[in-house]
Design a protein around this ligand. Structure first.
Ligand SMILES: [Zn+2]
Length: 277
């Protein structure tokens, strides 16, 4: 599932392609993904010009000169491809935007989502603060509002495991299963520890680990973009350097204790029972 670094990679791939460019054609193949798509989405987008895309949590936000914002959520399995030549649309390609390009040609932006847990919305920019997916979202972990103090404040008195608290988008935006596991390993905190028991010292390590892990993954995503051989490749799926996620039974990179896997709220948690307390 795309998390903050993957979505950030998609945003940075879209930025040079869409910024300042006009939408020349829109294909919308379905009336719904996870939820119904906006009415006449194709007609609403046709002819608009995009400003620079931004990101909030796991959402790509593409403002346009109609005073609207196109929101793209990749869900569990969604991906974006950017083509220089018009592609044959494949199964699960639900949307394609054709934008003009500086070289006189066009670029084709395709949204593919086999499991359809993703979503696309178009809303007035002034409604950003009240949008149902955005209004309750916690601070960006790479932004100024995020700190050890923030972690301590929002985790205080929580009986749920710290792993579950990290996945709660209302507390911190953008962290999913992979980077929650990695950040907990890096900070030496057990995923089973009660969120409310995180002391100032642990909160400090955790805040630092979250930022480090996310920044490293974003850098990795940037590398994957530069190394892109196939122009039709899915953007935002790259091989991360992971210490615990997906490594159950393999030796811990620090102490060689086998990495353990447990299920918390239906999600797999990977951790070192020796390094993480
Ligand atoms: Zn270990």
């Amino acid at each position: 599932m795309p998390e903050l670094p993957e979505v950030e990679t998609v945003r940075s791939a879209l930025a040079p392609v869409v910024t300042g460019q006009q939408v020349m054609a829109v294909y919308v193949g379905r009336k719904d993904l996870r939820w119904p798509l906006p009415e006449a989405l194709d007609k609403q987008l046709l002819g608009c010009r995009f400003a620079a895309p931004t990101r909030r949590g796991k959402y790509v936000l593409m403002p346009n000169d109609n005073g609207q914002v196109l929101l793209i959520h990749l869900g569990m399995s969604g991906s974006i491809r950017i083509h220089e030549a018009k592609p044959e649309l494949a199964k699960h390609d639900h949307m394609m935007l054709t934008v003009e390009a500086d070289d006189g040609g066009h670029r084709y932006i395709v949204l593919n989502d086999p499991r359809r847990f993703g979503w696309v919305d178009l809303f007035a920019a002034e409604d950003m603060a009240t949008h149902k997916l955005l209004k309750d979202m916690g601070p960006e972990p790479l932004g100024n509002a995020f700190s050890a103090t923030h972690i301590q404040t929002v985790f205080a008195n929580r009986k749920s495991p710290v792993k579950n608290a990290l996945l709660d988008q209302r507390l911190i935006a953008g962290i999913g299963n992979i980077y929650a596991c990695e950040a907990l390993f890096k900070s030496g905190i057990s995923p089973r520890r009660r969120a409310g028991s995180i002391t100032a010292g642990r909160a400090d390590k955790l805040a630092h680990a979250i930022v480090t892990v996310l920044r490293a993954a974003i850098a990795e995503g940037g590398t994957s973009l530069r190394d892109h051989v196939q122009p039709g490749g899915e953007i935002g799926y790259f091989v991360q350097k992971l210490s615990v996620y997906g490594r159950d039974g393999l030796p811990c990179v620090i102490c060689e204790t086998p990495i353990r896997i447990i299920v918390q709220s239906g999600r797999s948690s990977f951790y070192c029972p020796s390094c993480q307390r």
